[in-house]
Ligand binder design. Structure first.
Ligand SMILES: Nc1ncnc2c1ncn2[C@@H]1O[C@H](COP(=O)(O)OP(=O)(O)O)[C@@H](O)[C@H]1O
Ligand SMILES: CC(=O)N[C@@H](CCC(=O)OP(=O)(O)O)C(=O)O
Length: 260
């Protein structure tokens, strides 16, 4: 089983949670891939540089100035720090974006009522190249950046979507366990109460909870990605707290298990 783990920016930005996660991730058995976010950190750096942040339905509107910010923050600062910290924990991390080795190609998002600018919708993931990194003993660590060769441009891609696309592409070659880690215990009935985890979520329960407002905001696109991964060939999908990653990988019992 290959574990594809996504970690959100709120965990990366919290030193205590991050340190525990890095140790736990480094100790996971078997082949593994990390996909990181970092939206919160990009917003903080953009403020310092005087670049305005505009989010529409959980996606960052990315003009030329913001593309420079996210390329620096995701491809540079966050990716390289994570690689260094994982190496310090004995994990042979290899940091990359979708442009490196042309592993993830995308197209600039068009045809929406909003002009998202330099946001990439993924067209192709080169599973063979990623598998070769794994065979060579590396642990790929992906920044949420893809690229369009025709435009000769980096593109900003949501990290949850990128994790889903990587997991689906590699499901041709491996049984995949996709785990979305964030700073809550799972999908919750009351998002402010970690004791209200929904242990199993089906499409019908998801639809009910969307209508009632129990599931909202960033959790909606995260779950759309989770269900898409399962229906496109991923074996197991879990949404859990970063501190429960070992249970999610070893026994599949942590947080919320997604079922079709
Ligand atoms: N029912 C729910 N259970 C847990 N979180 C929820 C729920 N509904 C909305 N959310 C919100 O969704 C957020 C997770 O989405 P997002 O911020 O995109 O995550 P990430 O940082 O991992 O990319 C949570 O921080 C929480 O505020
Ligand atoms: C297009 C788009 O919205 N990209 C995201 C990529 C980072 C991300 O997804 O970070 P989290 O997982 O921490 O939210 C953004 O720039 O915010």
């Amino acid at each position: 089983m290959l574990s594809v783990i996504k970690i959100g920016g709120n965990v990366v930005d919290n030193p205590g949670l991050r340190q525990q996660f890095l140790q736990d991730f480094a100790a996971l058995e078997g082949p593994k891939i990390l996909v990181h976010g970092g939206g919160k950190i990009a917003t903080q750096v953009a403020v310092k540089l005087g670049v305005e942040t505009v989010m529409v339905e959980g996606r960052r509107v990315t003009d030329a100035a913001m593309l420079d910010v996210v390329t620096m923050v995701y491809g540079g600062l966050v990716n390289k720090q994570l690689v260094a910290w994982l190496q310090a924990n004995g994990c042979n991390a290899f940091g990359l974006t979708g442009a490196d080795g042309a592993v993830i190609r995308s197209k600039k998002r068009t045809g929406w009522s909003v002009d998202y600018g330099f946001v990439g919708d993924i067209e192709a993931v080169d599973a063979g190249q990623i598998a070769r990194l794994l065979e060579a003993g590396f642990v790929p660590v992906f920044a949420p950046l893809t690229f369009d060769a025709t435009l000769a441009s980096m593109l900003n891609t949501n990290a949850d979507t990128q994790a889903q696309a990587i997991a689906v592409a590699l499901s041709q070659l491996f049984d995949i366990n996709l785990v979305y880690c964030f700073e809550k215990k799972g999908v919750l009935v009351d998002p402010d109460d970690d004791s209200t985890v929904i242990p199993e979520l089906t499409p019908s329960l998801f639809a009910e909870h969307k209508v009632s407002g129990v599931i909202s905001a960033g959790m909606i696109p995260k779950l759309d990605n989770a269900f898409k991964a399962l229906s496109d060939g991923v074996r197991q999908v879990t949404i859990c707290h970063a501190e429960d990653i070992r249970g999610a990988v070893a026994t599949g019992t942590a947080g919320t298990r997604i079922r079709l």
